[in-house]
Design a protein around this ligand. Structure first.
Ligand code: NAD
Length: 259
């Protein structure tokens, strides 16, 4: 199908839905300058995945020190300090403001949906966020900026001031369970929607991808906007191959104009 035909097919699938649940992955933030995981230039080809397993993180202070240093460099003057949401993020905020989105289930940890204006109550951050840090033991949380102050003040491997536990970014490492509250929020968004718009994900990470599988099983249309191949093409009703920042604004504007 031609691009315009695909856009029409996507709108036809989504327009009857009173509310749409949005499901996003690393691809929506690629145009903001954040590398995805599995593309050829993705993070998995540049970092050692072992360093992203909770067991290694907990036992090896060198891994923790390196990760805090990277976070410090990235957030203070480095690439992460200047990263801005993309046109796709802003378009999704328009969809929410028009009361057509039940919520956004994101696998991303970059906080860009909230930075683009989605209220926290509208975003389920399944894999956590880099903007908060927590004690692994007592689960108390602080803004990551506060913990970076401790690092800069001479604690390269900061510990919880309340209980002495190991501090980590509030993101889900391999081997960790997803936050129950975020999962429950995501399920609510999924239940309240009659269609799904999935963006920028290989649809390969469990349990997140279960939301896509479930939408398909319940007979809800799933529109996918993605650049590369995914592992669940058979679950998708309409697939648009393209960049999120180019496709999503047109899709949202056309959808909002259609009813
Ligand atoms: P992934 O890396 O597996 O897949 C990204 C997909 O996005 C690919 O299929 C790619 O073709 C597509 N893509 C790349 N650029 C795009 C663009 N401009 N427009 C549309 N699509 C584009 O990512 P995933 O499915 O989210 O799973 C990876 C895991 O990585 C998740 O658990 C997530 O938590 C984590 N992650 C998050 C970030 C972030 O917070 N921004 C970045 C990297 C990885």
């Amino acid at each position: 199908m031609l691009k315009n035909d695909l856009l029409s097919a996507a709108i036809e699938s989504l327009a009857p839905a009173e509310r749409i649940v949005v499901f996003t992955g690393a691809g929506i933030s690629a145009e903001a300058g954040i590398p995805t995981f599995r593309d050829p230039k993705g993070m998995w080809n540049q970092v050692d995945p072992k360093k992203y397993h909770i067991n290694n993180f907990l036992v090896d202070p060198e891994i923790r020190i390196e990760r805090w240093q990277n976070t410090l460099k990235g957030m203070r003057g480095g690439p992460r300090s200047s990263i801005k949401p993309t046109p796709a993020h802003y378009a999704l905020t328009r969809l929410w403001k028009a009361d057509r989105m039940s919520g956004c289930i994101t696998q991303n940890v970059d906080g860009l949906h909230i930075q683009a204006g989605l209220p926290e109550k509208a975003v389920a951050e399944l894999h956590g966020t880099v903007w908060r840090s927590e004690c692994y033991k007592c689960k108390r949380r602080w803004p990551t900026e506060t913990v970076l102050d401790w690092v800069e003040a001479g604690q390269p491997d900061p510990i919880c001031p309340e209980c002495g536990g190991v501090m980590k970014l509030a993101t889900v490492l391999f081997g960790e369970k997803l936050h129950i509250a975020e999962m429950a929020k995501a399920q609510e968004f999924a239940d309240q929607a009659q269609a799904m718009l999935a963006i920028g994900s290989t649809l390969s990470v469990f349990p997140a991808v279960n939301f896509v599988i479930e939408a398909h099983q319940l007979g809800k249309p799933v529109v996918l906007v993605n650049l590369g191949e995914t592992e669940k093409e058979d679950r998708v009703s309409v697939r648009i191959t393209g960049k999120a920042g180019e496709v999503i604004p047109d899709l949202v504007d056309a959808l909002l104009a259609s009813n």
